[in-house]
Structures are given as structure tokens and as C-alpha cells.
Design a protein around this ligand. Structure first.
Ligand SMILES: [Zn+2]
Length: 432
């Protein structure tokens, strides 16, 4: 599992564990069903001030920022790295700070070793960042605060549905595919008590869902071809805010990890977490793979309900492997560690940006010389000029991340987002 796939995996679990399928264009399958009215006005905006919530009580950096936030479940591949380079370029081009965050909300699939390797790889292709690396596991108390705000506004309800329940419900004649039909929203309190008890006997606790007051929401989308006039609109449903699941073993009421119902206090959904994370670090611009485009309106709606400023999205095409599916490890040598040097990856990424950047091929190739990679433009003088003034030890490759940073800086100086290809990028192996 790669970073971006991981994130998508989380997305697909939002609605209770079933995979969302988008209907093809022009499909008439999405018949709207009347929705239960929300218990609170749809425009209710609880007062959620990230400055107050900042860790340690300190002020959050006010400067607007972009970010990259990989999920540490394995090494980043070229597609992830390309997106990271683009996130860096877009942020720096806008004059924003650039934040780095480890999206480890799924603790079971995350490891600090993977996170360290990802950060090392990002540094070795020249990506720097402002401020400390943060992580979702550090922000759990902030997710709890955000959830309480929504609960206080009457916008959260318990969902007792199993994965199977939801699959069956979404197959019903008038269901919107992939959209939670609100089964548990209208239960009365007696029904809730019974359903909660039934789950409890199975050793499980309910999920918590947002009582959405809208069917769709729009976001500012600066790049995707699916946006119209810089605006993208998509469905919003009663998304999961905190997952249900098995009662945490040995967790007694009041203990750390207990949510008051004997459940998973910390199993927050990505759609809630990401919104809070971004607000805490002043993120105004989110650049990521376009597999996450359809989840942007959900996240923006949650941000709206929390009274947070909307972010601007830039969803960039995924890199596709030789088979036309998204690049994955099955496609061969696709991580930095599979390659002779990060230079190969950097060269490929810059080439893939087409006319959006103008970096002399010689400059990149001379970087290759610095790590002894055979290139067609071998040039020892360039190597000695470049030196090995590494500020980041990138392992045994004897490679200077400062040199890569200089290349990225050149790319930034010439970066023209309007010239960035909108089509998916194909990867067919590295050619030197
Ligand atoms: Zn339900």
C-alpha cells in the first residue's frame, strides 16, 4: 500500500467500510431520496478556533500554507513523489509556507519506520518544509474537540449498521450508489437503546455519523479537468466521523482510550481528521492526487460546519503504471529505494511536468554525477562545483539533498501551473 492508496483506502471506509463507486457520467441511477431533516440548521457553524486548539496552547503559525501528508504504510513511489513535488511547487509558487504531516490516523497500518523512510525520500528529492513535521496521532485531542462541537450542535448520531447492512441498503431501488442512506438517522431513542445494546452484546460499538444538512457541496478546485470555472461540486452524505468497531479490549469506563461507551475513542475518520489537521497548521491549499477529488466536498462541508476557512484544492492526475492502472509496487522499480539514485526519480518527475517547469537537463544530470550514476552528460567539473554539501544524510548513497533542492528551486523559478499537463501521466520505467 502506498501513501495515496492508503488515503483512498481510508476514504472508502468512511461510509462504514464499503467501497464507494462513482456512477459513470450521464447515469440516471442517482435518484435522490428525500432526506430526514437535520436536527440543527444546516448552516450552523460552531465556534472552532484552531488557534485556541493548538498543541501546548500556543498560537498556530498564521502564515497560509500548502502541505504534503503521506500515510506511512510503506515507501512512497514515483507517483506519490511527483504529487509531493507538485504540492511543494504550488505552495512555494503561491508564496505559502509548506507543511509536512504524517497522516497516521490508521495506527495499525502506520509505522514510524515507514514515516522516517518517507521523510528521508522526500528530502532526497529536494523537498523542504517549514516548521516541525506533525502527525495525526498528535492531534487526537483536537479531533475530539471538533467532534464535541458537532455533537453540541446536534449534528452527530450513532450508526449501528454493519458493512453488510450498508451494502444492502445502497442496493435498494432508490438508493444513491455509495451513499449512506441515513438508515440510523431517524431512529427513536428506544430503538437506539436496543440497537446499542445489541451491538454491545457483540462486543461492538456504534460509529458516529454526521447528520449532513446538504446533499452536495462545492469547493474551489484550481486544476482538475472535472472542475467548472474553478468550482467542483459533489455529493455529501452522512459520513462517518468516528468509526465503530470492536470494543477496545480491557478498556474500562473512564480509562484512557474509553469514549464513555466503552468504545474506540480514537478511531476518527479521515474526513474529520484531515480538516482539523489542515486548520491547525494554517493550510489554505491542498494539492493531492485526483483519486481524492470526490471526497473534497465532504471535507469542505465539515470544515464549514466547524467554522473553518475553506481551502483551495489542486487535484493532480495520478501516475499510471504500464497496465493503465494507478502506479503500484507491482509495476516494478517504482520507489526511490529501487533506483540507483534519487536523481533518476527527480529527473523523471521533472520530465513528467512537461512545459510547466524549465530545468536544464544538464543540471539534473550533473546531480547524477554527484552520486556516480552513469549519465549521457557525464561532467566531473559540475560535480565538484556542486560538492556534497549535504544537510540531510540520505543514507549510503552519498547524495546531497541540497543539490536536489537547488534543482527544485530552479523548477520553482520557472513553474507555470497553466502549462501543467492535465492528463494522467504514464510511467513505463526509467530511461536514462
Ligand atoms: Zn446506520
Amino acid at each position: 500500500m502506498e501513501g495515496l492508496e492508503r488515503q483512498e483506502g481510508l476514504e472508502s471506509r468512511e461510509a462504514g467500510g464499503f467501497r464507494e463507486r462513482k456512477e459513470p457520467e450521464g447515469s440516471d441511477a442517482r435518484v435522490r431520496i428525500p432526506r430526514m431533516r437535520v436536527m440543527a440548521p444546516s448552516d450552523f457553524r460552531p465556534d472552532f478556533d484552531p488557534n485556541v486548539l493548538a498543541a501546548g496552547g500556543g498560537k498556530v503559525p498564521a502564515s497560509p500554507a500548502g502541505r504534503y501528508a503521506p500515510s506511512p504504510s510503506g515507501d512512497l513511489h514515483l507517483g506519490n513523489l511527483r504529487t509531493a513535488v507538485l504540492a511543494w511547487l504550488f505552495a512555494r509558487h503561491a508564496g505559502y509556507a509548506f507543511r509536512m504531516r504524517v497522516d497516521d490516523i490508521d495506527a495499525q497500518r502506520s509505522s514510524s519506520e515507514a514515516a522516517a523512510r518517507q521523510l528521508e525520500d522526500l528530502a532526497s528529492v529536494g523537498i523542504d518544509h517549514d516548521g516541525p513535521v506533525t502527525s495525526q496521532q498528535e492531534n487526537l485531542n483536537h479531533y475530539a474537540t471538533a467532534l464535541r462541537k458537532l455533537q453540541a450542535a446536534g449534528l452527530v448520531y450513532e450508526c449501528y449498521c454493519s458493512r453488510k447492512d450498508i451494502q444492502e441498503a445502497t442496493r435498494a431501488p432508490h438508493a444513491r450508489p455509495g451513499i449512506y442512506p441515513g438508515t440510523c438517522r431517524s431512529l427513536n431513542s428506544a430503538e437506539r437503546v436496543a440497537a446499542r445494546q445489541e451491538l454491545r452484546e457483540q462486543g461492538r460499538v456504534p460509529a458516529l455519523r454526521l447528520a449532513a444538512g446538504v446533499d452536495s457541496w462545492q469547493v474551489k478546485e484550481a486544476f482538475s479537468a472535472k472542475a467548472t470555472d474553478g468550482v467542483y461540486r459533489d455529493e455529501v452524505d452522512d459520513m462517518v466521523l468516528r468509526r465503530g468497531g470492536n470494543v477496545m479490549p480491557g478498556c474500562a469506563p473512564g480509562e484512557d482510550g474509553d469514549d464513555g461507551a466503552g468504545g474506540h475513542a480514537n478511531d476518527y475518520a479521515y474526513n474529520l481528521a484531515v480538516v482539523v489537521d489542515d486548520a491547525l497548521t494554517g493550510v489554505r491549499q491542498v494539492v493531492r492526487g485526483d483519486d481524492l477529488l470526490s471526497s473534497a466536498p465532504r471535507q469542505a462541508y465539515v470544515a464549514h460546519l466547524l467554522g473553518l476557512d475553506p481551502v483551495e484544492y489542486v487535484h493532480v492526475p495520478l501516475v499510471l503504471g504500464p497496465g493503465g492502472k494507478r502506479l503500484a509496487k507491482r509495476d516494478g522499480a517504482v520507489t526511490l529505494r529501487d533506483m540507483d539514485s534519487p536523481v533518476e526519480a527527480l529527473r523523471w518527475i521533472l520530465d513528467s511536468l512537461g512545459d510547466a517547469v524549465d530545468v536544464a537537463r544538464d543540471a539534473v544530470d550533473s546531480l547524477g554525477d554527484a552520486v556516480g550514476v552513469a549519465t549521457e552528460h557525464s561532467n566531473d567539473e559540475a560535480y565538484s562545483r556542486d560538492g556534497v554539501d549535504s544537510s540531510v544524510d540520505t543514507g549510503q548513497r552519498g547524495y546531497s539533498s541540497n543539490s536536489a533542492q537547488r534543482i527544485l528551486t530552479q523548477a520553482l523559478e520557472t513553474f507555470d501551473p497553466a502549462k501543467l499537463p492535465r492528463e494522467p501521466v504514464w510511467w513505463n520505467g526509467i530511461t536514462r
